[in-house]
Design a protein around this ligand. Structure first.
Ligand SMILES: Nc1ncnc2c1ncn2[C@@H]1O[C@H](COP(=O)(O)OP(=O)(O)OP(=O)(O)O)[C@@H](O)[C@H]1O
Ligand SMILES: [Mg+2]
Length: 478
């Protein structure tokens, strides 16, 4: 069983937290301050709000492990705020605080979904014990959810679809490199399946029961990235209220997935290089060397060689990463994977939405095959999900596909034409494009195109000549 699949979302969240994050909602500044100090000193990350609205805004902003909620708030009382919180998050622990611990208040609060109830003036030790219990439970629940998710998805080969030559070669390569500790560099356009392959390498390696730790090196600000990767000691910077492990440690004996590495800044690149060289690093602000056994998989959708040429990427790091490179081809270059992927996603979303799998009609498959897929497999996945959700009958028909796949008619808008074009010229232009599109669909077979237009072949020929329709390839002798 995988120990944990750590998501970089939660990594960001744990940035300042040691024990957990707590939101205090209380209208009295003195109460807020004393609670904040108490929890701060204990090692919690604390934020405060003076009323329900402000508190809910905080909750919308970022995740918390616990809310301490005053019972008697101005405007909307604590119970009402609790109901709002419950609407957003049915599991978030909420401890209610009141000056008047009547039985009635306690019953109301518990019925509205409070986790616990504390009376003012509180006993610090008792309050801390309650906070510890509630946060601990929240953390354990989250871990179970993550584990379940990881197990359910068991990123083994069976979840990766492909029968094209290119993908078969990649599967071979993945099986070959997975057992080793070699660094792997995955290159490919957005949505080609880099992360999926990275997980497959991990799950087919001896490290599979340890953590797979993705970290988005591109979108994380440099300072935050370094403390996320290397950790920090208490006091390393102003907000470092407690020491924190870095993801290199979290990934010890597991795999660290450095996503979007092409956009990492040069300074961080130098530090990463050092870890790759001696598998040792130091916490920010720390003095001790920490030894780790981490397998690195990196991914990029920009051309790293080009980045090296432009001095945006360190050459030495490039060679360190470039031990084994796997190039994921764009979907348009492996179109025979499309039907398989489409069926796979139909089944996936049918199950997710609890409805029978749609039948992919040949009429709908045609535009799927014709389209260029700039967003690659992810775009195909989204298109199929949309179709499954919109479908009312048993078939996946072309009307369930988005405009960019089937809405060729919209290309003929008047906007496309010069403002002084006459109606006659616009119609001719449209006719030219319609004929050209049909010919392309029929693989430039004019007989088939004439049949589908239900006009004689000679008429089509005349039109092609008169309108100077460009004939591209496979032109049949007719
Ligand atoms: N061969 C495949 N078989 C099944 N699903 C796939 C395949 N390739 C990609 N997918 C699915 O497509 C989506 C995008 O894949 P993934 O996130 O791995 O792409 P990526 O290359 O990391 O993209 P980006 O550069 O945008 O991060 C995911 O939901 C993934 O499961
Ligand atoms: Mg990705």
């Amino acid at each position: 069983m995988p120990e944990a699949i750590i998501n970089h979302v939660s990594a960001g969240r744990e940035e300042f937290a040691s024990l957990g994050s707590v939101l205090i909602i209380d209208d009295e500044a003195a109460i807020r301050e004393s609670l904040q100090t108490l929890l701060d000193l204990e090692g919690y990350e604390v934020e405060t709000a003076g009323d329900g609205g402000e508190g809910l805004a905080h909750l919308a902003d970022r995740p918390f492990d616990l809310v301490l909620l005053d019972f008697a708030l101005p405007e909307r009382n604590g119970i009402e705020v609790l109901r709002d919180i419950r609407e957003r998050d049915s599991e978030l622990p909420v401890i209610m605080i009141t000056a008047y611990g009547t039985v009635e208040n306690a019953v109301n609060a518990m019925q509205a979904g409070a986790t616990n109830f504390i009376q003012k003036p509180w006993d610090n030790q008792k309050l801390l014990a309650d906070v510890r219990t509630a946060v601990g439970r929240r953390r354990a629940e989250e871990e179970v959810i993550q584990l379940k998710r990881a197990l359910k998805q068991r990123y083994n080969f069976e979840h990766i679809i492909g029968k094209s030559e290119a993908m078969l070669r990649i599967f071979d390569l993945v099986a070959q490199v997975a057992p080793s500790r070699s660094t792997v560099l995955l290159q490919g356009e957005s949505g080609t399946g880099k992360e999926l392959i990275a997980k497959a390498i991990h799950m087919n390696s001896p490290r599979k029961d340890r953590a797979f730790v993705p970290v988005n090196t591109g979108s994380t600000p440099p300072d935050l990235l370094e403390s996320t990767l290397f950790g920090h000691v208490k006091g390393a910077f102003t907000s470092a209220i407690a020491s924190k492990k870095g993801l290199f440690e979290v990934a010890d004996r597991g795999t660290l997935f450095l996503d979007e590495i092409g956009t990492m800044n040069l300074e961080t690149q130098a530090k990463i290089l050092r870890v790759l060289q001696d598998r040792k690093f130091m916490h920010l602000g720390g003095v001790n060397q920490i030894q780790v056994d981490v397998r690195i998989i990196a991914a990029t959708n920009v051309d790293l060689r080009q980045q090296v040429k432009e001095a945006k990427f360190r050459e030495d790091l490039f060679y360190r990463l470039n031990v084994i490179t796997i190039d994921l081809p764009p979907l348009r270059q492996r179109k025979n994977d499309i039907p398989l992927l489409a069926e796979h996603f139909i089944a996936k979303f049918a199950e997710q939405n609890d409805r029978p799998a749609l039948r992919l009609t040949p009429e709908a498959l045609r535009p799927l095959m014709d389209y260029d897929w700039p967003g690659n497999v992810r775009e195909l996945e989204n298109v199929i999900e949309r179709a499954v959700v919109l479908a009312t009958g048993p078939n996946l028909t072309p009307d369930l596909l988005p405009d960019q796949l089937v809405g060729r008619g919209s290309q003929f808008a008047i906007m496309d034409h010069p403002p002084d074009a006459s109606l006659f010229e616009i119609i001719e232009d449209c006719e030219r494009r319609i004929i050209s599109d049909m010919l392309e669909k029929c693989n430039w077979n004019q007989t088939e195109a004439a049949d589908r237009f239900r006009i004689p072949l000679s008429t089509l020929n005349q039109k092609i000549k008169r309108l100077s329709v460009e004939i591209k390839k496979n032109q049949k002798r007719e």
